[in-house]
Design a protein around this ligand. Structure first.
Ligand SMILES: Nc1ncnc2c1ncn2[C@@H]1O[C@H](COP(=O)(O)OP(=O)(O)O)[C@@H](O)[C@H]1O
Ligand SMILES: [Mg+2]
Length: 263
């Protein structure tokens, strides 16, 4: 029985590339022969929409087979897993109802650990090599659930003037979660939406270089409109245009993640 490694993508700043990275690292891992389960933890359903068109995604949200219902009722997550059109890649979809998840969690016993509990059977079954969780841009009890259910955290940051604003809050939150879940490790910071000709990129890299004990992935993801086109077509970028720069970069990043996250 193989061991399952769980990785979450979180940053309280929106638009930093969490959902894009979760989708494309997951797909690239599956292409590299890994069995992967993706979990959409955000009410905006961006990860779900990366694989299904709007109508199908909303239908999924309506029929109750989504993460909100699973967490609200503290269920085992096994029956909530859906197949994607791609081999080795499954998904637990989100719902717009996730906007109310903090309220639902508030009255629960051990409310930071509901997701970890819900994933227990899936992990024990050993059917997945990786579980990847896409977090919303918040730092509350739900994101605490996501981090407490994870072995590793990846923080995508945008190479923009405000890309690193608020990162200190993210580190503080991570340290708080580590008190509850001491085995959680920061796998690395991933720099996304890079334009190498702009000073923000150099600035971002320099600032990250000054932080102690903060690993940064050598691979970064450059701005590439193919990403947006692939999302418009509800496909991972590599399934949409294999030769694109973004597809190659995410494939390389997945290799680095596999190399460093194997326990
Ligand atoms: N490398 C990239 N090149 C171009 N656009 C990108 C790239 N990465 C992300 N985007 C776009 O930026 C926006 C935010 O990305 P997203 O992954 O949704 O961030 P988050 O999940 O952190 O909010 C999306 O509209 C997405 O299409
Ligand atoms: Mg997102």
């Amino acid at each position: 029985m193989s061991q399952t490694t769980t990785i979450c993508f979180a940053n309280n700043k929106g638009g930093s590339g969490k959902s894009t990275t979760c989708c494309n690292v997951g797909y690239s891992m599956a292409l590299q022969g890994k069995k992967v389960l993706l979990i959409d933890g955000d009410m905006q359903m961006n990860l779900t929409l990366s694989f299904f068109d709007d109508e199908t995604a909303l239908e999924l949200a309506k029929n109750g087979k989504n993460l909100y219902n699973a967490i609200k009722d503290e269920r085992d997550l096994t029956p909530f897993v859906l197949s994607t059109p791609y081999e080795g890649l499954d998904l637990i979809p989100s719902s717009t109802l996730m906007s109310g998840i903090e309220f639902e969690l508030f009255t629960k016993w051990q409310r930071e650990l509901i997701l970890r509990q819900g994933l227990k059977k899936i992990k024990q079954s050993g059917q997945y090599d990786y579980i990847l969780i896409d977090a919303p841009p918040t730092l509350g009890c739900w994101v605490m659930n996501i981090m407490c259910a994870s072995d590793y955290l990846i923080i995508p940051v945008e190479a923009s003037p405000w890309g690193l604003f608020g990162i200190a809050n993210m580190f503080e939150f991570y340290e708080q979660v580590q008190r509850l879940s001491p085995d959680l490790r920061l796998l690395g910071i991933l720099v996304t939406k890079v334009n190498e000709r702009k000073n923000y990129f150099k600035q971002t890299m320099e600032t990250l270089g000054t932080l102690d004990d903060v690993p940064v992935f050598p691979t970064y993801i450059r701005t590439d409109s193919t990403i947006e086109w692939s999302q418009d077509n509800s496909k991972p970028v590599m399934a949409y245009k294999k030769s694109s720069r973004a597809a190659q970069e995410y494939f390389q990043l997945a290799k680095e993640v596999i190399q460093h996250a194997d326990r």
